[in-house]
Write a protein that binds this ligand. Structure first.
Ligand SMILES: [Ca+2]
Ligand SMILES: [Ca+2]
Ligand SMILES: [Ca+2]
Length: 121
């Protein structure tokens, strides 16, 4: 290996090390809304989406997420509104743009959400 190739290889290795290496299961890339089964973005990631502009309603699956969501990443410029019941009905909780909530219980919403709406510019 030439000196240049070695330097390049080392630089590549260094950049790989510097890249955030979060567990794939807890990943939520920029621009996405992610919701997890457990607190601190753990357990199953039931919701993973890149919401369009405007207001969009979503159903949380009855077997995979209803009354189970415990933490949420909102890496968007949208307000996320969680609803206690299906069809965006019932009590609601607002998550502001670029806000994440590792303990939805702090706003009284642990294991409550059954549907949600994204309100984007
Ligand atoms: Ca839960
Ligand atoms: Ca509920
Ligand atoms: Ca639901």
């Amino acid at each position: 290996m030439s000196r240049t190739a070695l330097a390049l290889a080392l630089a590549t290795a260094a950049s790989v090390v510097l890249t955030p290496t979060a567990n794939a299961d807890v990943q939520c890339p920029g621009g996405h809304v992610c919701m997890w089964e457990h607190e601190n973005y753990s357990g199953d990631r039931y919701i993973f989406l890149d919401p369009p502009s405007g207001n969009t309603k979503y159903e949380i699956d009855g077997w995979n997420g209803d009354n189970e969501i415990s933490s949420l990443h909102n890496l968007t410029n949208c307000t996320i509104v969680l609803f206690d019941d299906d069809n965006t009905k019932g009590k609601s909780w607002e998550i502001r743009p670029e806000k994440s909530e590792p303990h939805l219980g702090r706003i009284g919403a642990n294991d409550k959400a059954e549907s949600f709406e994204t309100r984007c510019p």
